[in-house]
Design a protein around this ligand. Structure first.
Ligand SMILES: Nc1ncnc2c1ncn2[C@@H]1O[C@H](COP(=O)(O)OP(=O)(O)OP(=O)(O)O)[C@@H](O)[C@H]1O
Ligand code: SF4
Ligand SMILES: [Mg+2]
Length: 374
């Protein structure tokens, strides 16, 4: 892995992924049955510090959920290594992994789907404690405590999930995940299905819980505004790769990867006037298929910067079509995730300027490119 991506300094590393990969499909056990290979996560390396929140963003299909499931071994990795709390858990048998799972929990987008509709809320929250052998006498008290902690009344323990609103159901999901006081919580789009006002309540609740318990979050979402609200560091994924990672303020003020800049330029601004005047950076086409990844930099078919660099001249170029020309470097060689010396990593041969001007002004359209965000 890129060693610099590991946490250093004051915070201790809680979780570390080294060259983690997941390939779905391919040749099955029956030799002749072969499905197309999907490289959902492709040699991803990063670490998370104890007590911090790492946001993971990217379009649909970029591999965020697969990565989250790999990290807590709900899926087995095809390659790579996961170290959790100083322990290599990559090859841990599922039985031993189950014992460890109280330390690492996951919250899903659809709390209704992950809550058994036949169980009362109290039993749903208590179940992980029972499974992990907590003393029965203490479970009822702890269940009431946790329900209060997430803003629900202990009396609600007697009700069923369908009697609750979406936001309340997500509180129940969080209560269940927090019941065993985990060290790590992976939140996979936890507020995507909720109204904006309820989203804010759940995000505030998560912050409070973190402040009180010291739990570490990996917060997965496609909404960059939501991720900004809660994360200290952000990683941007594209087709199975982390293409940029940086402290939140740096990434949002001066993204260095063209993909991040395009995504950020599409985030609506709260001020209507500013929103009307803002320039959106072109993001050409749709995210490709993880079964047929483009060579070189996998973002090259959609990248505005590659087109600008080719149009400026002075580099060897490759024509993708009659109208689209990009640097040959972008089609031929995969850019490494490189540090700018300040803990800001980007995987791009021609990163945007570190002051953010290139991402802010209209330079991306200087070569007559479309302003439409497709
Ligand atoms: N069990 C599976 N079998 C085959 N392919 C899969 C499987 N799970 C995910 N994929 C594929 O892996 C890629 C990454 O999917 P993943 O669900 O991790 O993306 P995501 O970033 O979480 O997307 P979304 O924002 O829609 O939740 C996609 O191409 C998806 O179709
Ligand atoms: S390497 Fe080339 S195609 Fe990839 S993001 Fe950078 S400029 Fe764009
Ligand atoms: Mg997902």
């Amino acid at each position: 892995m890129n060693a610099d991506l590991r946490s250093t300094g004051e915070h201790e590393t809680l979780l570390q992924a080294d060259d983690l990969s997941k390939v779905f499909g391919g040749r099955g056990l029956l030799f002749r049955r072969s499905r197309p290979e999907v490289r959902a996560v492709d040699k991803v390396s990063f670490s998370v510090r104890r007590g911090e929140t790492l946001g993971i963003v990217g379009e649909t299909g970029s591999g965020k959920s697969t990565l989250g499931r790999l990290l807590i071994r709900l899926l087995d990795p095809s390659a790579g290594r996961i170290v959790f709390d100083g322990r290599d858990i990559t090859g841990l048998a599922q039985g031993r992994m189950r014992k460890l799972r109280h330390e690492m929990q996951m919250v899903f987008q659809d709390p209704y789907g992950s809550l058994d509709p036949r169980m009362k809320v109290g039993a749903i929250v208590a179940e992980p404690m029972l499974v992990h052998g907590a003393e029965r006498s203490g479970i009822a008290r702890r269940t009431a405590e946790i329900l209060e902690w997430v803003g629900l009344s202990p009396a609600m323990a007697e009700r069923y999930p369908h009697e609750f609103s979406g936001g309340q159901r997500q509180r129940i999901g969080i209560a269940r995940a927090m019941a065993l006081d985990p060290k790590l919580l992976i939140l996979d789009e936890p507020v995507s299905a909720l109204d904006v006002s309820i989203q804010a309540q759940i995000l505030n609740l998560l912050r409070d819980l973190q402040r009180q318990s010291g739990v570490t979050y990996i917060f997965i979402a496609h909404d960059l505004a939501v991720v900004r609200h809660i994360s200290e560091r952000v990683a941007v994924m594209y087709l199975g790769k982390i293409v940029e990672t940086a402290p939140r303020e740096r990434l949002y003020a001066a993204p260095r990867h063209p993909y991040s800049a395009s995504l950020l330029s599409a985030v609506p601004l709260p001020n209507l006037r500013a929103e009307r005047q803002r320039k959106r950076i072109a993001l050409y086409g749709e995210i490709g298929s993880a079964t047929a990844l483009p060579g070189g930099c996998r973002f090259h078919p959609r990248c505005f910067k590659a087109r600008l660099v080719a149009a400026a001249g002075g580099v060897a170029t490759t024509a993708l079509s009659k109208d689209v020309v990009v640097p040959s470097r972008c089609t031929d060689s995969e850019p490494p995730l490189a540090d700018d010396g300040n803990g800001h990593f980007a995987a791009c041969h021609f990163p945007l300027d570190p002051n953010g001007a290139e991402a802010r002004d209209s330079a991306p359209f200087a070569a007559g490119q479309s302003r439409r965000h497709s």
